[in-house]
Design a protein around this ligand. Structure first.
Ligand SMILES: Nc1ncnc2c1ncn2[C@@H]1O[C@H](COP(=O)(O)OP(=O)(O)OP(=O)(O)O)[C@@H](O)[C@H]1O
Ligand SMILES: [Mg+2]
Length: 378
């Protein structure tokens, strides 16, 4: 079984749409496919019409309540079995298992069923927490859909870093494919982005890009892949081509080259990428602001504020650093209000004394972003 993780911590860039349609396209090419929904939002399960509030999911598997083979929904679509997700899966971000095995749970449980499938496609959540790490740890290839919009490239450098670290741990390179999605090549900005992506990610860029089309949205709403909903549409053809490309890219044996060479290349790419971003953003001096919550690594921590429409973790990068949680925001200078959500409970930032009363009788924390600060720690 070859394992493709569809990942990008940026929300709404087409991960789930890609996972669904790639899985279905591989199935159409007579491959035996297992789609794993690793996102508590359950959108991939919905997209295959197999979502149920009380379905068992990988949380039950990771805690030993169920076996992986028992939660698989067979034949969700021709050739495709699905491991569904529900909200319960969010609890898997802090698994009660030995810490050295926390990011290997998926690998451990997939071991028993590897011979049953040709491909596993994993739909990751929009964060770099434990669930995504589990997917990256077991992946033979990471497919990163990149939305062709102004902030579409945000966070990709962190993903490259994370994958480089894992590559070193594995002692092997993990191939990456960067795939432009929501492409509207009529706009100048989109063309400019496609050019940048091609230059910066070079060999890692997929030869396939997926156009923006309302047909994909309609298909998801019907709970069927695009090749069933509108087989002759451009998007259907593009996803079938993606399946071809990945089938010919993925080696039969895992790559064995040393992770170090890969890591060096990634560092160089990261630098080039930073330069490109600085150029693209021009005068709009957005900067990374790092907020750190000390000793919260074992808790489920999200952040919401006026910078992301008070939607928990939208457009936020999360990093676990030792015992601490870091939230990385990309902000222009100005004053912002925010709150943390710790294990589902909203609260102000315990390490930030700057607070203002809010409408619900509590307090919001206040963040001042000064101009020209490279990075600011609060
Ligand atoms: N090529 C496309 N053309 C038009 N709409 C698209 C396209 N790809 C995805 N969408 C739509 O964009 C929205 C986000 O897509 P999707 O759910 O696949 O992203 P995601 O990265 O999985 O999001 P999340 O981070 O929340 O998991 C959905 O409404 C989807 O139908
Ligand atoms: Mg998704």
């Amino acid at each position: 079984m070859k394992i493709i993780a569809v990942a990008n911590q940026k929300g709404g860039c087409g991960k789930t749409t890609t996972a669904i349609n790639l899985a279905a396209s591989l199935g159409k090419k007579e491959q035996r496919v297992l789609l794993l929904d690793l996102d508590p939002q359950g959108h991939a399960s919905l997209g295959f019409g197999v979502y149920s509030d009380d379905a068992r999911d990988l949380y039950d598997v990771f805690t030993g309540e169920a076996k992986l083979e028992d939660i698989i929904v067979p034949n969700a679509y021709a050739g495709v079995d699905v491991v569904p997700a529900t909200m319960t899966l969010a609890a898997a971000e802090h698994l009660p298992v030995r810490s050295d095995e926390r990011d290997r749970q998926l690998e451990i449980h997939l071991a028993g069923i590897r011979s049953r499938y040709d491909y596993a496609v994993i739909d990751c959540p929009p964060s770099m927490g434990l669930l995504s790490l589990n997917a990256l740890m077991v992946a033979d290839l990471v497919l990163i859909p990149v939305e062709m919009s102004l902030f579409g490239l945000n966070g990709i450098d962190y993903m490259y870093e994370t994958i480089a670290r894992l590559s070193e741990r594995h002692g092997r390179g993990i191939p990456i494919r960067v795939m432009p999605t929501l492409v509207d090549s009529r706009t100048r900005l989109c063309r400019q982005f496609l050019h940048e992506v091609g230059e910066r990610f070079a060999d890692d860029v997929s030869s396939v890009m997926v156009q923006f089309t309302v047909r994909l949205k309609e298909a998801v709403r019907q709970g069927v892949p695009i090749i069933a909903y509108d087989p002759t549409s451009t998007a259907a053809v593009q996803y079938l081509r993606l399946a071809d490309e990945l089938m010919s890219t993925l080696p039969d044996q895992p790559l064995t080259d040393a992770g170090q060479e890969r890591a060096a290349r990634l560092t160089a790419m990261k630098r080039a990428f930073e330069e490109a971003r600085a150029r693209l953003h021009g005068g709009d001096a957005r900067q990374h602001v790092v907020l750190r919550l000390f000793g919260y690594a074992s808790r489920n921590v999200q952040i919401a504020g006026d910078f992301n429409g008070w939607t928990p973790d939208r457009d936020v990068i999360t990093r676990i650093v030792g015992e601490d949680v870091e939230k990385i925001l990309t902000l222009a200078s100005g004053e912002y209000q925010y709150r943390y959500i710790v294990d589902g409970v909203w609260q102000e930032d315990p390490s930030n004394p700057d607070q203002v009363p809010n409408d619900s009788g509590g307090f919001n924390s206040v963040l001042q972003v000064e101009e020209q600060h490279e990075e600011m720690e609060v």
